[in-house]
Structure formats: C-alpha cells, structure tokens
Ligand binder design. Sequence first.
Ligand SMILES: Nc1nc2c(ncn2[C@@H]2O[C@H](COP(=O)(O)OP(=O)(O)OP(=O)(O)O)[C@@H](O)[C@H]2O)c(=O)[nH]1
Ligand SMILES: [Zn+2]
Length: 378
Amino acid sequence: MGETVRSHTADYRVRPLSGTGTPIPGPSPARRAAQAVDALRHGWPIALAAGPVLLPVETAVASQAKAGRMLVSSARAATLKLTNQRAAAEPNAPVLIRGAEAFDLRAALPIADPALDLAAPLKGPFVAETLDFEEAAIAALELARIAGILPAFLVDSSDAGEAQPFDPADIAHLADRDRLVIVTRAKLPVTASADAQIIAFRSADDLREHVALVMGQQSGDRVPLVRLHSECLTGDALGSLKCDCGPQLDAALAQMAQEAADNGGWGVLLYMRQEGRGIGLVNKLRAYRLQDEGFDTVDANQRLGLPDESRDFGTAARMLELLGVPAIRLLTNNPRKVDALIEAGVTTVERVPHQLPDNPHNTRYLATKRDRSGHLLE
Ligand SMILES: Nc1nc2c(ncn2[C@@H]2O[C@H](COP(=O)(O)OP(=O)(O)OP(=O)(O)O)[C@@H](O)[C@H]2O)c(=O)[nH]1
Ligand SMILES: [Zn+2]
C-alpha cells in the first residue's frame, strides 16, 4: 500500500480542533457514505478504511494516474481470461488484477467497460492477485453501482489526488429507510383521472425523490390496487419498445382510475427512482449496448459486473407505511416483488397479473424475464 497516498487520511475518525488540540468528532458514517458516492461521481478517489485508495476509472479526473493493480468485477476478470468457478456464480464479486505494465486511465477504461470489448481487444497478460481487503472491495463495487458508474478502480494509484475516507460499514447508512419522509402533496389531474393526488418523498440519504400517485378516496374499508413501478426513462418518457414499462405504466394508471370511478375503490402508484433495476440510467444504456451485441438483459448486466436486480423494495414498503396503506393488491408479474414487500411487512392480499401485449422489439426481453428472472408471463 502506498504510504504517501494514505498519509493524509490516516485517522479520519477524529480531527484536532486547530489550536486547542481537542479532538472533535469526524463525519458521521452517513455523511462519509454520501461524500464517498459524491466523490465517485466527481472522479475523486476514496480511501478505504484498513485498505487501499481506489480511483474510479470511468470518472477519474487525475489524468496522470497510474497503478500496478486494478479492482474489477469477476465478470470483467473472466473476460480477461482470469476465470475461476466463482466468477460464473458471482459476476459482481471483486477481483484484484495486475497487468504486465502499470495501468494508466487509457489502458484501464477498456478493461472497465465491456461495451469497448469489440473496439478495443484487451491486451494482457493479466494475473489475479490475492484480495486481502475483500469486504471493503465488495462495498466499493456496490458504491460504484449506487453512484451509477462502472465498477472498476485503479488501486493505490500515483497522482490520484485527495481521497475521500470510506468505511465499508458506512454503506448501510445509504439505505436507511426510516429517514424517508413525506415532503409535500398536491392535486395532480392526469390523463387517466382528474381526481388524483401526488405525494413526494425524500430522504436525506438519497438525492432521488420518489413519488406516489393516489387515485380515488383513500379508505380503510377497501384494499387499494397498487402498482410499484420502477423508473424507466426510455420506456416511460420516450416510448421505448425494448421493454414493457411504458404500456405497464399506462395500463396501471387506467386500472387505478377504473377502480376509483366504478367501484368506489382507490389505487396507489409508487413511482420509484430506481432506473434500470437499480443500476442507473447510464449503466442501463450500457447494458442496452451489450444487448445490441446479442446479450440478453440478465447477461448484459452481469457482463458489466453489476447485479441484474438491485432495487430496494423496502423503500416502497416504507412509502406505503407513510401513506397509511397497510394492505395492498399488487399489480405485477414479478413474484420477487411480492415476496420482497411481504418480507418488508406489507400485507399483500392479491397479486393482480399485469401482462401487456408484446411487440417485435421486446419479445426476447419478456422471454428472458419469464425464463431467467421468474416473471409469471405467458
Ligand atoms: N438493467 C436493465 N434494466 C432494465 C432493462 N429493461 C428494463 N429495465 C428496468 O427494469 C425496471 C422494470 O421495472 P418494473 O416494470 O417495475 O418491474 P418488473 O420487475 O419488470 O416487474 P413487473 O411488476 O412484472 O413489471 C425499470 O427500472 C427499467 O428501467 C434492461 O434491459 N436492463
Ligand atoms: Zn423499461
């Protein structure tokens, strides 16, 4: 480990108050985690507690950076022919690699990004090294997913710049759903129903703001029809034919409106800002690029070294709790959503199937959902 790189972050838990010598507390774990995500987005390095300094390959601003080792996913290691049995089982597990020469950012980017595999065949040889900071490495790759960047780092790079301290345990503070609150409500007439209300949620730990749309009169006597929809910019706003998100959203709103109008019932749409099943818009579009090369939706995510499902359904459960919705009828084809909500304490009295007609561009996607992700589709 490069002593010089770490020296300025040696003890970040206490910071002397200048002049008095009195230690004052350092940043809280929640603040450290937020600052670490922010650092990765800015291209600044993070300093792992009891581990090396990691410079994010995709965003790094330190253009002269060079390192003998890289931290990548086992999916990327497999592409570099460093396959082991674990790689197939855990494509997003961390692997430490060393090249014949030190990696600069130009050399590191094609190693980080599978979308460049065709354009830039990878040079070797590379060897896998023993990873003696595994827990921290897992947390670092997870942090990259949360930041929406490629999960790849230069390890103890020269010229990395000032590093942001990060402890693997901090990551738990990014999903503290108790910190989610309702911030405002307003009437929102929509095409499906003029009688709708939008409710905005915010958590100090997360810049993404989720919303709920409630249609009809909320009542404890009737179990509402609920749609838990994860953001899909391409499908929801642009009319993408690659997935079924847009038609599912429209159909859910129409069904909720129907409930409210005909049956004196009510409906709730939870619109969760968890793009790409939690990998973010840019990484989803990278997965689309891999799908252009023939990979299916699950393999494309895995090839990026990212989980094929990383949504936090507990946040949806918390939103329902804040709305005062103890029991639901859930519109979905995904049994994992049902299980996750039940596990998070939501009484799910019924799964209402939500299959929409396919089109020539999404038949393979839907078949993969059915065959590999367990969706109940015909
Ligand atoms: N990573 C990735 N995400 C995708 C792809 N296609 C769609 N998505 C995302 O998948 C999510 C779909 O969410 P939902 O429709 O709520 O959930 P679902 O798991 O498909 O289950 P249903 O309730 O049956 O629709 C959205 O966040 C989309 O952005 C893809 O090819 N790759
Ligand atoms: Zn979609």
